[in-house]
Design a protein around this ligand. Structure first.
Ligand code: ADP
Ligand code: ASP
Ligand code: MG
Length: 405
């Protein structure tokens, strides 16, 4: 007997037939005598629909009310999944995030998990029930519903696996595992048998939606080994863990594209100490995640700052920066949403040179202009035009022979 946490994503529970498919898979694992906690997402598209509906009634909805609204998506699926299991004669009970004891901080729409009180869950597990938990949601210490950021059901699953000391954590999705690039864009992308937390973390944070970034961070911190696999077949997936024995020659492990970023240029600001600090302090206080910062060399006392922010936060960034510009004595803010960030990732980059040259040459040959560049020990990112992003991903994938290794 093993204690298993499974998570089924939005496509896997997308309609009644798929919910029944998931229920049948759960029953098979339960019938083998395992203990099961199952996290489910909202049906595919539901969270986006709810966001669109909010925008129809209010241009700038309150984040607290957004959380109230979005939590509904997962609550539908937990009840339906439990009912489908009852239909198969399996004892199952649905739990909201709050009922599962998932306590978060107060930051609405991207709350962090603080503690999990697993006592109620343990009680039902001991009673032989399969527990179906709503992903993506929790409760703060004031009793308010919070959500964990887009894709947050992955985090719910990994945090629960750590909290109840599960033997296995399986993330079921609509592809067979983690690939060298998004298999929907790069047709000859290869599925990886294993990947390290470090590389998975970079790929996720750079736009590979297959895993939510914070869930990988959490897994790495608490050493939760997990497997990403498909709910539509029984193929082995990708194991994500601390150490992975790679062949020496693997320098680049994968290519990621993020189309959800926007470029912000703050131009003509005074070139003096403290200006950048004021700009980024204000953005940080507003909980806006800033990335890829470039400051040009100041000329005639003025400078430009360019950076990227999540596209969902551009309006908030503009609102936040308006008073700051007044305070620092001038400047303009402009936003370009038609960009994408393309990155290549690999721990092998620590010890190999020439990755940037290969990437830049391949993109130049394909006529792709680089607007911003940033590098770290294990990744290189470039900002490019969004309409060239898919082609650029295929070109970069080929340049590092990722279909061949
Ligand atoms: P779920 O609803 O199950 O959480 P997501 O849509 O969040 O599923 O994530 C799965 C999707 O991630 C896949 O359909 C695929 O298009 C996309 N994806 C992006 N990059 C990768 C990658 N490197 N490997 C696998 N899938 C990827
Ligand atoms: N339903 C949420 C979203 O679409 C959470 C998840 O699917 O993981 O972001
Ligand atoms: Mg997801």
């Amino acid at each position: 007997m093993a204690r298993i946490v499974q998570k089924y994503g939005g496509t896997s529970v997308g309609d009644p037939a798929r919910i029944k498919n998931v229920a049948a898979r759960i029953k098979a694992i339960r019938d083998e005598g395992n203990e099961l906690v199952v996290v489910v997402s909202a049906r595919a598209g539901v969270t986006n629909e709810l966001i669109a509906r909010a925008k129809e009634v209010c241009a700038n909805p309150s984040e607290r009310e957004m959380d109230q609204l979005l939590a509904v998506g997962e609550q539908e699926t937990i009840a339906l999944t439990a009912m489908a299991l009852h239909g198969l004669g399996v004892q199952a009970v649905s739990y909201t995030g709050a009922q599962a004891g998932i306590f978060t901080d107060k930051v609405h729409t991207k709350a962090k998990i603080r503690t999990i009180d697993a006592k109620p869950l343990e009680k039902d597990l001991n009673a032989g029930k399969v527990i179906i938990v709503a992903g993506f949601q929790g409760i703060n210490d004031e009793g308010q519903t919070t959500t964990l950021g887009r894709g947050g059901s992955d985090l719910t699953a990994i945090a629960l696996a750590a909290a109840i000391k599960a033997d296995k954590c399986e993330i079921y999705t609509d592809v067979d595992g983690v690939y060298t690039a998004d298999p929907r864009v790069v047709k000859n992308a290869r599925k990886l048998d294993e990947i390290s937390y470090d590389e998975m973390l970079e790929l996720a944070s750079l736009g590979s939606k297959v895993m939510q970034t914070r869930s990988v961070e959490f897994a790495s911190k608490y050493n939760v080994v997990f497997e990403v696999r498909s709910s539509f077949n029984h193929n082995p997936g990708t194991i994500v863990k601390q150490e992975v024995a790679y062949m020496e020659k693997v320098v680049v492990r994968g290519v990621a594209v993020d189309k959800d970023q926007a470029k912000v240029v703050v131009s003509n600001i005074p070139d003096k100490p403290g200006t950048a600090a004021k700009v980024f302090r204000a953005l940080a206080d507003a909980n806006i995640n800033v990335d890829m910062i470039v400051q040009n060399v100041g000329r005639q006392g003025v400078a430009n700052l360019t950076f990227t922010v999540p596209q969902t936060e551009t309006a908030k960034a503009e609102r936040t920066l308006a008073p700051v510009l007044k305070e620092i004595g001038g400047g303009n803010v402009s936003v370009d949403e038609k960009i994408a960030k393309l990155s290549v990732v690999g721990v092998g980059m620590r010890t190999h040179s020439g990755v940037a040259a290969t990437l830049f040459t391949s993109l130049a040959d394909a006529g792709v202009n680089l607007e911003l560049i940033s590098t770290s020990e294990i990744k290189i990112s470039v900002v490019i035009a969004r309409d060239q992003a898919d082609e650029a991903a295929r070109v970069a994938h080929a340049a590092f022979h990722l279909d061949e290794i």
